[in-house]
Write a protein that binds this ligand. Structure first.
Ligand code: FOL
Length: 224
């Protein structure tokens, strides 16, 4: 029986694989890079009846500006060992002294538990389906941070990484654990054409530049 659902890690990193600094991204806002992230994580093949999921750690959830979370058009899943603490902060939205219940993310205590919740959600989707059809969830993206990437990489389900290489160094206190370009890393870089095909994005050869910062989109797949 095949590992399900497949996972795609999405991240941007500096040359030394830095991904975070002080609870936020290390670089000044790169609108085109964030736009790519948003489009790729939202895009589904059969528009309308399917949705993608984004799985993230609690600190990543906290790092997303309140007005952008839950990330719209995607099923949000937050990993925390203390779900009751997260629920408390979720209930506060709406301002004032009254706590207002808002549509929140799915909460799970581990990446494994998150996948179980997603499988259950998929089976619970109301549409009738062919026996072979995979249900309501199209793709599952792991969007960080470091400890959630680390846990996901331990699983055979993690078969793809969308890595944006930021071509400038910034002070970072959080790093991605695997050098995907290293020979024998167990990962292989796919071509720009293959990235375009998989993501549905049209990608500039040689990358982009914004605010004097160069960056390039890449895709890696697990080998074996
Ligand atoms: N992957 C890549 N390639 N770039 C990233 O910046 C990135 N960031 C995270 C995970 N993977 C990434 C985690 N951090 C938002 C903010 C922080 C964040 C992830 C997402 C966010 O607000 N996203 C909005 C877009 C808002 C906008 O258009 O400015 C979204 O709808 O996705």
């Amino acid at each position: 029986t095949k590992a399900f659902p497949p996972l795609t890690l999405v991240l941007a990193a500096t040359p030394s694989l830095g991904i975070g600094q002080g609870g936020t991204l290390p670089w000044p806002q790169l609108k085109k890079e964030m736009g790519y992230f948003a489009r790729v994580t939202k895009r589904v093949s059969e528009g309308g009846r399917r949705i993608n999921a984004v799985v993230m750690g609690r600190k990543t959830w906290d790092s997303i500006p309140e007005k952008f979370r839950p990330l719209k058009g995607r099923l949000n899943v937050v990993i925390t060992r203390t779900p009751e603490e997260l629920s408390r902060s979720l209930g506060m939205k709406g301002g004032g002294d009254k706590e207002v219940e808002v549509e929140g993310p799915i909460v799970a205590e581990s990446v494994m538990a998150a996948l179980e919740r997603l499988r259950a959600f998929d089976h619970t989707a109301e549409e009738e389906r062919e026996e072979e059809s995979r249900g309501k969830i199209h793709r599952v993206f792991v969007i960080g941070g470091a400890s959630v990437y680390h846990a996901a990489l331990e699983l055979p389900q993690a078969e793809r990484v969308l890595l944006t290489k930021i071509k400038k160094e910034y002070d970072c206190d959080t790093f991605f654990g695997v050098d995907l370009d290293r020979e024998g890393s167990g990962w292989v870089r796919r071509s720009r054409g293959e990235l375009e095909e998989w993501t549905g994005e049209s990608v500039q050869e040689g990358g982009l530049e914004q605010e004097g910062v160069g960056f390039e989109f890449g895709m890696y797949e697990r080998v074996r």
